[in-house]
Design a protein around this ligand. Structure first.
Ligand SMILES: *Cc1c(COP(=O)(O)O)cnc(C)c1O
Length: 462
């Protein structure tokens, strides 16, 4: 008799010890509040949301170890013990000798951009991130996308769609000269491409090229452990390496990095920049005092820095990161059974619905992803967000909409927050909206703020 093979599942490496009630609302209520919010999921009240997949930013569940650390906050104005612990862990895990804490990631982006960019400079990056690019532009720079073409194709299954196209990068260096490029800005996984990682091989090649042209290399390390997980599971030679080892090797090629601690580090608020560049360190340690707070707290409470320091120790644990990415894969596999169009491969922090193929009858001017996010919310109280024409904003020179190739709804998974049953509920709601998709009409923009418009824009039904 053939031996029966029993499937062995993984499960979360934690159990739940405190719960927060959530409440299901009626469809009538959701229709009403969605209209008031201008069909922008950022403008909904959290109490009207059932399953909140707006973002994984600051919405994570901290561990008992992190909460215990919150009670050990040293709230001295200067020289808090928690700062020194955080600094020790930044040195140990990211391998960077200098640290400047900031209130969140964009605070660090602001300081780095200001310290390094001069008007007229070019900053190449592997696709843009909203706040990153804006700070680079506000400092007088021009962002140039040098990600591989595969990243712009939602169906391409390249395992490292976050890679930099070396030819595009070298062409830019040749065209404007290395002196006009203060640094290359590399993120991994790339949020706007659908959470796609870069490979170590690509990073090493980028480093070689930047060295050749005398250009610095900086890392948006906000989601670096997710990138490390993909290197471990997809790249030859790293199968046996730990997440901590891979993280440190990645960081070793960079001159400096910035981090939104609200992601990998699983805290509710916080960020930092860290570097081996003494000049940039001295400059940003000085400017942090103007914009954030003294250089040993940077806009944070001592307890926040303690939770961050402990979060670093937890984020590199393989079981943690595997459970996170495993949950997203589970969700994607369930949605696939209903034929829902998505970005492939599934991302490190989110599932991205492909709104162009979900609602092929809507032109991009009718904001298909914005529309789809609103429809899903009204159906079930599940909140996602737009990542398409609204997020892309306007070209600062022409004032016209940017038309990104990707028109996506992002469903982002906070770390350690929702269960598999929540995911089943969400999947069924999306399947229902898909079933009824032909009835969906687009939106028109009724109010448009000047900066990062996706946060506050309002829309009306056509
Ligand atoms: C969230 C994020 C930022 C900005 O950080 P905040 O903490 O939201 O200010 C920058 N880069 C990436 C990749 C992010 O995910």
């Amino acid at each position: 008799m053939a031996k029966k093979i029993i499937k062995r599942s993984w499960a979360e490496p934690f159990k739940i010890k405190m719960v927060e009630p959530i409440k299901m609302t009626t469809k009538e209520h959701r229709e009403k509040v969605a209209k008031i919010a201008g069909y922008n999921t950022f403008l909904l009240k959290s109490e009207d949301v059932y399953i909140d997949l707006l973002t994984d930013s600051g919405t994570n569940a901290m561990s008992d170890y992190q909460w215990a650390g919150m009670m050990l906050g040293d709230e001295a104005y200067a020289g808090s013990r928690n700062f020194y612990y955080l600094w020790d862990n930044v040195k140990k895990y990211y391998g960077m000798p200098y640290l400047v804490p900031t209130h969140q990631g964009r605070g660090a982006e602001h300081l780095v951009s200001k310290a390094m960019i001069k008007p007229g400079d070019y900053i190449p990056g592997n696709m843009y991130f909203t706040t990153t690019r804006l700070h680079q532009e506000l400092a007088g720079g021009t962002f140039v996308d040098v990600i591989i073409d595969e990243a712009h194709d939602s169906q391409n299954r390249h395992p490292f769609k976050g890679n930099i196209d070396l030819q595009k990068l070298e062409d830019l260096f040749e065209k404007v000269g290395g002196k006009k490029v203060p640094y290359v800005s590399m993120a991994g996984p790339v949020n706007m491409a659908g959470g796609q990682p870069f490979s170590m091989e690509n990073l090493r090649a980028v480093k070689k090229l930047t060295d050749k042209y005398g250009v610095k290399l900086w890392f948006d390390a906000t989601r670096a452990t997710e990138n490390a997980y993909y290197i471990k599971t997809r790249e030859k030679g790293f199968e046996e390496k730990t997440i901590a080892y891979i993280l440190k090797e990645m960081c070793s090629y960079f001159d400096g990095l910035w981090v939104s601690a609200k992601k990998d580090l699983m805290v509710n608020i916080g960020g930092f920049l860290a570097t081996r560049n003494k000049k940039v360190f001295e400059e940003t340690r000085n400017t942090v005092v103007i914009y954030e707070g003294l250089h040993t707290y940077g806009g944070l409470a001592g307890r926040d820095m303690e939770a961050m320091a402990r979060g670093i120790e937890e984020m590199v644990q393989y079981d943690n990161i595997r459970a996170r990415i495993g949950q997203i894969e589970y969700c994607g596999n369930q949605l696939e059974k209903y034929g829902i169009p998505m970005v492939y491969p599934f991302g490190g922090h989110a599932i991205f619905l492909d709104a162009k193929r979900f609602l092929p009858h809507l032109k991009q001017d009718l904001f298909p992803a914005q529309t789809l996010a609103a429809e899903i919310y009204v159906d079930s109280g599940v909140r996602g967000m737009e990542r398409g024409i609204v997020s892309a904003g306007r070209n600062p020179e022409t004032g016209k909409h940017r038309y990104p190739k990707l028109e996506l709804v992002r469903l982002t998974f906070p770390r350690r927050v929702y269960t598999q049953a929540h995911i089943d509920v969400m999947v069924e709601s999306i399947a229902q909206v898909f079933e009824d998709r032909k009835k969906i009409k687009g939106l028109k923009m009724a109010y448009e703020p000047k900066y990062l418009r996706f946060f506050q824009a309002k829309f009306a039904k056509l």
